[in-house]
Write a protein that binds this ligand. Structure first.
Ligand SMILES: Nc1ncnc2c1ncn2[C@@H]1O[C@H](COP(=O)(O)OP(=O)(O)OP(=O)(O)O)[C@@H](O)[C@H]1O
Ligand SMILES: [Mg+2]
Length: 295
């Protein structure tokens, strides 16, 4: 298996940020190289075992959606690493998992759109009848489709967990004009992507976007509409009232929960059956959604 962590550290002297899954490298003052590794995190801990093929799927799925949504809002995507001569000195594996993007000044909020109620939004709803300050109808159950999509921003924490915030709190971070614009664009992007995915048999239950500014213009940045930033459900298996299996790390999470692991670093090594099943799921969702083959 590829040890993407070791490979990247030695190949790239210009690493400027290491996320749980992706590495960001400086290319020039205006350009970044984002590399999606095969690292996988569960319960916010990066596990010792990677998922072969996962990075390529994330990278190529994000580029698919950047292309598909550019009529809604411009984005940072320049080109897949595979096409760029400046990357010729690196291995083809690395090129297939990377993209060149325009460097932006990040807006420090995460913009979440939810068309269905689950996860932290459901917990808050069960406690207060509302989520992120938005009152919701009574009687909603796990995974119910919402009458209209809700916008639930969260902080973009440099350390620790992101925290859900109200729209008013978001205004205090980015100002009201930008907050309104981000809400509007987030809901437009979600609506477009939800309908597209549904036509391929996949429900996008919720998703998160990040935005930045270049030359006074708001653009879409980071990764978009991947299994790491969204919940993808199989439409044919959708059944409100219970937790849906999502097309991503569900197998890993279930297996981990059965291990008595304390959710502290380092997590346990994953068995090979769990690894290969997870690889298969990432590939399946990519091919189903995009009708493309992975590079
Ligand atoms: N075009 C861009 N210009 C500037 N910063 C960007 C751009 N696109 C993404 N970013 C930022 O680069 C970083 C990418 O890191 P990544 O998402 O891998 O890790 P993270 O958000 O710190 O942690 P996590 O692993 O929880 O996602 C994020 O901070 C993101 O906001
Ligand atoms: Mg991130």
């Amino acid at each position: 298996m590829i040890d993407s962590t070791a490979l990247l550290e030695s190949d790239f002297p210009n690493l400027i940020h290491r996320g749980k899954v992706r590495d960001t490298h400086f290319v020039d003052e205006e350009t970044l190289l984002m590399v999606a590794t095969d690292r996988v995190s569960a319960f916010d801990v990066v596990l010792p075992t990677g998922i072969p093929g996962k990075g390529k799927v994330l990278n190529q799925m994000a580029s698919f959606w950047f292309e598909k949504t550019k009529h809604i809002i411009p984005n940072h995507f320049l080109k897949l690493g595979v096409d760029d001569q400046r990357l010729d000195c690196y291995s083809s594996d690395l090129k297939a998992r990377s993209m060149l993007v325009k460097k932006a000044e990040r807006l420090d909020v995460e913009c979440v759109a939810r068309g269905y109620i689950t996860g932290s939004a459901l917990l808050e709803y069960q406690e207060k009848g509302s989520t992120s300050g938005i009152k919701l109808p009574e009687g909603l159950v796990e995974s119910d489709k919402l009458k209209s999509t809700i916008f639930t921003p969260s902080t973009k924490a440099n350390e620790g967990h992101d925290e859900n915030i109200s729209f008013d709190q978001m205004i205090s971070i980015v100002g009201s004009d930008i907050a309104e614009e981000l809400r509007h664009v987030t809901l437009d992007l979600y609506s477009f992507a939800h309908d597209y995915a549904l036509s391929k048999g996949i429900i996008i239950a919720d998703t998160k976007f990040e935005f930045g500014i270049i030359d006074n213009q708001i653009i879409l940045i980071d990764e978009i509409l991947t299994p790491d930033s969204s919940r993808f459900w199989d439409f044919t298996k959708y059944e409100p009232g219970k937790v849906q299996e999502s097309f991503d790390k569900q197998f890993i999470r279930n297996w981990l929960l059965a291990q008595n692991w304390d959710k502290e670093y380092p997590g346990p090594q994953l068995p090979s059956a769990i690894i290969s099943e997870t690889s298969r799921i990432y590939l399946e969702v990519f091919e189903t959604l995009t009708e493309l083959k992975i590079n």
